[in-house]
Every structure is written in structure tokens, then in C-alpha cells.
Design a protein around this ligand. Structure first.
Ligand code: PMP
Length: 373
């Protein structure tokens, strides 16, 4: 069975598994304990992982806060900024095609008095810099949260440009980078104006249940203080409490190290695979299919394809013995995709769309199975 649902989650790489095991079985100490080697080894491993994660995205080590994943990171940053900066205003801006962990958090914030603007997107799921400029001038928001790349369409937003506008106007900018890590070069040290970033390890061949909030320092090199989501024992410099899941953090660190080292070749492989799969599907199904995704400015390896007149649930089920694909986001798979509806697709078109999401671990030959379907 060929696994083509890598935007839902990825397989842990063998090196990642090997890195994790000693921290379950041998060095199982609590990194917050002191002096004895089981604890200090765990602490050292956590700090090595922090270094690897910071290198992957080009930030400082003390800007990395470990969380349980992107859902928590999105909740933490949106609620944390809202709570800490409510004296500055109550308006937050996001887009209509964000992940539910952003959209539902925004709905919650609305329920307690914040005003949220959900920006429209274009036919590929992007927001424009003009929209950002206009909303800042008209509404003076405290925070803008726009995803780096979309999980269903792969479209990339003009993140550096949005960040520059936010910086110019003194508006906090958060981006959910969950889908782009390891698939798009990211160097936060080169982009001014991104204050907060979220992502999860399991989208780049690390373990599930661990992720990161990057909280960038301000121009004076000081941390932006936001209210914690989890209060407690004071781990992660009092910003995110809870005993650190050392094995998961070490796994994420190893996955980050590999993603950094192999970034160029992984991107090339994803591009080749995408081209090949596009060519196979186009020649086999001709005008019976339609691609929803753009061909440029996108995350390599994500394809969103309508199979005209065929129900996507049926298609996913029928393909299951040979290939794992999905109807879209695994997080809202029971409802018709809000992303596809917001780019203007009819319900019928949404219900005939499936997403293929590739991994650099796949070989070109493996895609041949689609020729014989
Ligand atoms: N944001 C995006 C864009 C995602 O694709 C996902 C995972 N589907 C998340 C956030 C949430 O990640 P997690 O489930 O690991 O918390």
C-alpha cells in the first residue's frame, strides 16, 4: 500500500526511532530534576533538540518553546496574544482557509468579546498583501494570523511581504507553518516581522504529540511576554508548563536535523514526484479530472484533484487497498472542506476532490501503480 497522505501525518524515520528509544528505556529521567545523570542526560538531549529545531527554521534557541503540537501552539499564541494585549485593541485578523485549530480558537475569542475578521482568499487559497494593508489601515488589529502554506491546496502565502507590512504598522504577526516545515526553505533570521510561528513534528517525519511555538524576540532582543496556555511547574521558562516529553522532543530534534540536512534533495524529490503524479493522472484521466491546486508558489508534493462525478469518500475507500489518500484535512474529514468551499468550488466539486500528499521517501517507480488502476 502506497502512503500518499503525508499532509495528515508522516512515518517516523528509522533514525528518529533510534534516537527516541534510549530516552524511553535508559535515560528516562525528568530533565527538570537535578544532578544525577539520568536527569542531566535528558536535559542535554532536550537542549540539543532545541538547537536542531532552531537551526531548521533559523531562529534563536531561546525562541523555541516545546508544546504538544501545532494545535496547542496555535491556541497558545492566539489566546496568549489576545489576553496579554487586550488593552491595545480587540481586533484579530485571520483567513477563511486556516486550520480548525486557528479558526475555532478565533471563534472562541469572538465568544468572549474579540472581533475577528476572516479574510477571503483567491482561487488558490491565498490572501493578498493589499488585503493585509487595507485591514491594518482600517481596523488597527492587534494580531494577524495567516498560514504559511495551505494543508489542502499547498498554496503558499506571501509571508515575507505580509510580515513586512505588519512590522511597518506595529501589528503582531503569527503564521501556522505546520505544512511547510521540511518542504520549503525557512530562515526566520532573514524575515523581519514574523513574531510567532507554530508547527508539529509529525508532519516532517518526527513523532506525534510534540511541536513548537516559536516566540521571536523583539527588536531590542527581549521576549514578547504572552499569557501561558498551561500554567504549572514552570518548565520552558514558565511559558509552557508540564513535564517535557523527552523522547518526543529528541525525536523531533532528530527529524529537524535530517530535514535541515536533506532539505534541498527532499524538495527536488517532492517536485519530481509531483510532476510524475500529475503527468500520470492527466494522461490516464484526461478531462475527467481537474486540479484545484496552483502549479507555482506552492508546497511541493500536495495535489488537490477533482474526479468529476465521483464521490470522494467512495474513491478514497476503493483506493484504500492500494493507496492511502484523503478527501482533504484529516482534522475535519467528516465535513465538506471549508478550504475548497472558500476558493469557490461547488459542493459537488468539493465532494469529488481528493488530496494526494507525497513524501521524499517515495520513489518515482512506486507511482506507477496509478497507471494500472
Ligand atoms: N495547522 C495545520 C496547517 C495542519 O495541517 C495541522 C495538522 N493537520 C495542524 C495545524 C494541527 O497539527 P496537530 O494536529 O499536530 O496539532
Amino acid at each position: 500500500m502506497l502512503y500518499l497522505d503525508n499532509s495528515a501525518t508522516t512515518q517516523v524515520l528509522p533514525e528518529v526511532k533510534e534516537a527516541i528509544l534510549p530516552f524511553l528505556l535508559e535515560d528516562f529521567g525528568n530533565p527538570s530534576s537535578k544532578y544525577y545523570p539520568l536527569a542531566t542526560n535528558a536535559k542535554t538531549a532536550v537542549e540539543t533538540a532545541r538547537q536542531n529545531v532552531s537551526r531548521l527554521v533559523g531562529c534563536d534557541e531561546d525562541e523555541v518553546v516545546f508544546t504538544s503540537g501545532a494545535t496547542e501552539s496555535n491556541n497558545f499564541i492566539l489566546k496568549g496574544v489576545a489576553h496579554s494585549f487586550k488593552e491595545n485593541g480587540n481586533h484579530i485578523v485571520t483567513s477563511k482557509v486556516e486550520h480548525p485549530s486557528v479558526l475555532e480558537t478565533c471563534k472562541y475569542l469572538e465568544s468572549i468579546g474579540f472581533k475577528i475578521t476572516y479574510l477571503d482568499v483567491d482561487a488558490c487559497g491565498r490572501v493578498s498583501t493589499e488585503q493585509i494593508q487595507d485591514i491594518i489601515l482600517n481596523m488597527k488589529p492587534i494580531l494577524i494570523s495567516i498560514m504559511w502554506g495551505n494543508n489542502e491546496l499547498g498554496s503558499l502565502n506571501p509571508i515575507s511581504d505580509i510580515a513586512a507590512i505588519c512590522k511597518e504598522h506595529g501589528v503582531f504577526f503569527h503564521t501556522d507553518a505546520t505544512q511547510v516545515i521540511g518542504k520549503v526553505p525557512i530562515d526566520l533570521s532573514e524575515i523581519e516581522g514574523i513574531n510567532f510561528v507554530s508547527f508539529s513534528a509529525h508532519k516532517f517525519h518526527g513523532p506525534k504529540g510534540v511541536g513548537v511555538s516559536v516566540l521571536r524576540k523583539d527588536d531590542l532582543g527581549l521576549p514578547i511576554q504572552i499569557t501561558p496556555l498551561l500554567h504549572g511547574g514552570g518548565q520552558e521558562r514558565d511559558i509552557r508548563s508540564g513535564t517535557l516529553p523527552v523522547h518526543n522532543i529528541v525525536g523531533m530534534g532528530k527529524a529537524a536535523e535530517l530535514a535541515t540536512k536533506n532539505l534541498k534533495q527532499n524538495i527536488e524529490q517532492l517536485q519530481k514526484l509531483e510532476q510524475e503524479l500529475t503527468a500520470i493522472l492527466s494522461s490516464k484521466f484526461e478531462d475527467k479530472i481537474k486540479f484545484n491546486n496552483d502549479t507555482k508558489d506552492k508546497i511541493p508534493g500536495i495535489l488537490s484533484v477533482q474526479f468529476k462525478g465521483i464521490n470522494n469518500e467512495t474513491l478514497v475507500r476503493n483506493l484504500a487497498p492500494v493507496a492511502a489518500v484523503s478527501t482533504g484535512s484529516a482534522c475535519s474529514s467528516s465535513k465538506p472542506s471549508h478550504v475548497l468551499q472558500n476558493i469557490g468550488l461547488s459542493l459537488e466539486e468539493v465532494r469529488s476532490t481528493i488530496r494526494f500528499s507525497l513524501s521524499p521517501t517515495i520513489s518515482l517507480d512506486e507511482l506507477e501503480i496509478f497507471k494500472s488502476l
